[in-house]
Design a protein. Sequence first.
Length: 548
Amino acid sequence: MTLKKQLIGLGLLALLLFACKPTDEVKNVAVFDDYAFLENNIKTLASDDFMGREPFTEGEELTVDFLAKVYQEIGLKPVFGDSYFQEVPCVSVVYDTDDEINLETQGGTIALKKDVDYIAQTPHLQEKVSLDDSELVFAGYGIVAPEYGWNDYEGLDVKGKTVLVLVNDPGFATGDEDLFRGKAMTYYGRWTYKYEEAARQGAAGVMVIHNTDAAGYEFKVLTNTAGSNIYLEKDNKNKDLCTLTGWITEDATSRLFEANGLDFNKFKNDALKSNFKPMNLATTISLDFENDLTYQNTRNVVGMIEGSQRPEENIVYTAHWDHFGYGPVADNDSIYNGAADNATALAAMLQTAKAFVGSEQPERSVVFAAVTAEESGLMGSAYYAQHNPFPTEKTVANLNFELLLPMGRMKDVMVTGFGMSELEKYVEEEAAKQDRYVVAEATPENGMYYRSDHFSFARVGIPSLFIKGWQDSREYGKEWAEEKVKEYWATKYHKPADEYDPDTADLTGIMEDAQLFYQIGERLANENTFPKWYDGSEFKNIREESMN
Ligand SMILES: [Zn+2]
């Protein structure tokens, strides 16, 4: 044990003693008491001046310049030569597509209406895109998962065809704990996975069959944003992806099956079994798109502390900087400030960075990435993970700061996607030093693990953590915390009301979270270990392949 570690150990002991007196400020590591630094950063990032931090706008310029300035002030090293900026080339696509699709079935023509029966998009980055007479195939859940002994595409050739697939996974539908992960969503349940697998299989099109329970949201949520999308710019113009991606309602699917003399519900049930056989629907689909493409760059802001012994090995922290900018007016306000989503989390990451700079140089590099365009589908983190300035196999872990509520000190540390990797042992041990306990998210069926930036790292196999105090206030208990969180979702989440109010905010819990992130990262940055995904994790194989 180094002298420094002994000192930290003593500090932690002191913390445990202090923790018995909740009114005392946490004074473990000296740098975690600079509340002015924490609060000023939140205030600035969430201010009306920053115009809701929308990518591609003046709000982006202000935000990324501010972050770079803070990085420089606290002493982080630029990662890209003398620059903190990683350019993220994006393409915004506005679709103009048919208002109606006519499907020629065995029982005659069926007309499907856009935004009523289906939504259709294309990832192909060109102005004119057509799908011609593509045969429809029902492919069950559209899942290939060797670790669960599951392959819906077995023996099926879908080249040039359009697959219809059920949303979520068989574990959710049955609640059977032995099927996938039971009610908890796996990545195989996400629509993004279904799109990717269909493309890997060579399908020309993929439509996910919507169901409100299984998707977690109504069809209306999809139609609200169906007319446009943002993609990362790719040399291959995304030609490796399906021509058509979209959703179809269960009702429209039932009509389609019926017209072919088939019972959708029977097939839906059959799809719950691993010996399910896909069904050719003897129906073809055609669709034309006229796309309006706009090419624009946005930026990740990335700084680091170089490792003293193994600088290629690294721990990467993330917090997305973007939010929605100006939007529909609510309560006379049109600025979507995104204070808790994600100014508080960004400020906490800056706090953690500052603590690292003030500590002994770590053996491994520690990287801080404020990533862009999370709200448009994890774009910035996806780009980072795919263009990692460090080797993927030497990137030890990702720790993601997202949506921290200024509700004071919490007794819990909630792990979203609990049961995924050995990183959870670190959380447990470090949380205990703060007199906190680890708890799983209450609703793993919502698939939150797949909806923030850490997931971009998981997808390339890098173990990643999404944690925060969330469920149990030290002062007011669980019910109070639940009420606070509920109130946030209902009145502030993705609304202009997500503002920073210094009169009601209590930043002590956010400070403590920043310290926990530091403790976990500090340990990882001074070890030789590479924490692994647990057996049964859908990312374990990807990691093992990348490490070989
Ligand atoms: Zn967010």
